[in-house]
Design a protein around this ligand. Structure first.
Ligand code: ATP
Ligand code: MG
Length: 447
């Protein structure tokens, strides 16, 4: 993309309404625009990152054997009356009446809708296990929407639902989700710690929240510092293996890690003092096992091997897709702007032309652009007639992990400059080598 043709409405001033750094930077970098309280338009740069995050979530869900689908945002109140949650959910639910006077709602979550689909189409234990998920907009009429996309009213969530014959099978689904979530967040450059949590209005017995540590987090968390040394990394996991998923669960949840809702002072005191940590965290996901709560209420049964009708065991699992943009920025920025992890960056690298209009510099930038594009990479070429300082400031603000700077002086010596956004370190090297380096970083093969 050439910046002169893109739509990147960066702001010079720091917006007064933004209290936390991720919100400020998303506004300044022209990623979002508030449409009304807690509701945002996703401008091109923000939309690109949102799509990248969504893509990682999809890939890791499918890897774990979960099946994508799509349910609507608007739901009928009748299903929620069946589960009893139409009254329980309270004022966070946006209730709508259609022209025929029918009660509708903008879905805050989808347990009822998915259970209805299940009971309409699945009748036998032979169709289990089954895990369906979708990535869809949710609406919760939060009393205090704030922090930009972190606590919106309309927000994008991946929500998945497992259906199993037995509690044992459903707990495997729970563990499988835990494993897949660890991988998902790490691919986004985040450490999200699974913490024992409280189940809230979803209901249920077993639940973990995934928290990213950040000063601006809304949850108070307590944990054993050994946890932050754990890395899931690039392990090959057989998601069908009960033992393998169980082993990961034990490794990542055996140490003390809880939110304030479940914090147990006496238990925490057993952690050696030098390892006890109190901090703040951003909830980026949550997994639940809730047994037969919805299948009992809504009559979702299957015939077991003996032909008896039994209610299915269920769980639900959510990832805050749009909130993740804020969480990633909170975890990865400096005074000059965002620092995108390579896994989610909107463009793979920036190209800065120090002397727009200079034949040689323009030609070198065009050639770099063409080569990178041919490798399947997406560069953002700042081809505006701006001062170098302004171009650097924009690149730093929008946070592309790598920048190639091209100027007449370097070109005389056959070199361009490759700069890491994270470390600020620069290196002069021939353009072909800069291309090869970037290709390697993103796992693209050069000829
Ligand atoms: P919170 O405690 O932050 O209100 P929740 O526990 O009610 O969230 P869940 O029902 O667990 O939320 O939803 C799954 C995920 O969706 C959460 O882990 C979070 O990342 C995201 N999420 C929830 N509410 C919002 C919101 N208002 N804005 C953006 N993301 C949200
Ligand atoms: Mg939650």
């Amino acid at each position: 993309m050439r910046l002169s043709r893109y739509f990147l409405p960066v702001l010079k001033e720091t917006p007064a309404e933004a209290q936390i750094v991720s919100h400020r930077l998303m506004l300044r970098a022209g990623m979002i625009k508030q449409a009304s309280a807690g509701i945002y338009s996703w401008l091109p740069l923000g939309y690109k990152v949102l799509r990248n995050i969504e893509q990682i979530v999809h890939e890791e869900q499918v890897r774990a054997g979960h099946i994508p689908m799509l349910m609507p945002t608007l739901q009928s109140a009748d299903l929620w009356r069946e589960s009893g949650r139409y009254d329980d959910y309270g004022q966070e639910m946006l209730r709508i009446t259609d022209r025929h006077g029918r009660d509708m709602l903008y879905g805050p979550t989808n347990e009822e809708l998915i259970t209805d689909i299940f009971r309409s189409h699945v009748g036998s234990y032979k169709d289990l296990p089954l895990t369906l998920y979708h990535i869809q907009w949710k609406f919760r009429d939060e009393i205090r929407p704030r922090f930009g996309v972190m606590r919106g009213r309309e927000f994008l969530m991946k929500d998945g639902y497992n259906f199993d014959l037995t509690k044992e099978d459903a707990l495997h689904a729970y563990n499988r989700h835990l494993v897949s979530y660890l991988r998902t967040y790490e691919r986004m450059g985040l450490q999200a710690i699974p913490m024992r949590a409280d189940s809230g209005p979803i209901g249920g017995d077993d639940t973990h929240e995934f928290l990213v540590l950040a000063e601006t987090g809304e949850s108070e968390v307590f944990y054993d510092s050994e946890i932050t040394d754990l890395k899931f990394g690039d392990r090959a996991i057989d998601y069908d293996s009960v033992e393998q998923c169980q082993a990961v669960l034990e490794e990542f949840t055996s140490r003390y890690a809880r939110t304030d809702e479940t914090h147990d002072v006496a238990e925490f005191a057993k952690v050696p003092e030098e390892r006890r940590r109190t901090a703040r965290g951003i909830e980026v996901g949550q997994i639940f096992y809730f047994g037969t709560k919805y299948s009992d209420a809504m009559g979702a049964t299957v015939a077991d091997a003996e032909g008896n009708k039994v209610p299915v065991h269920m769980g639900s699992h959510g990832i805050g897709v749009s909130r993740l943009l804020g969480a990633i920025i909170e975890a990865s920025h400096d005074d000059n702007g965002i620092i995108w992890p390579e896994g989610v960056t909107p463009f793979h690298c920036g190209i800065v032309n120090l002397k727009q209009g200079d034949n040689e510099a323009d030609a070198a930038c065009d050639a770099l652009y063409a080569s990178l594009t041919a490798l399947g990479l997406e560069p953002l070429y700042d081809d505006r007639s701006e001062r170098a300082g302004a171009k650097f400031a924009t690149m730093d603000l929008i946070g592309l992990p790598w920048r190639i700077t091209v100027g007449p002086r370097g070109l005389k010596n056959g070199v361009v400059e490759l700069t890491s956004r994270r470390t600020g370190e620069s290196e002069e090297l021939p353009p072909e080598q800069a291309i090869a380096r970037i290709a390697t970083i993103y796992g693209k093969a050069t000829a």
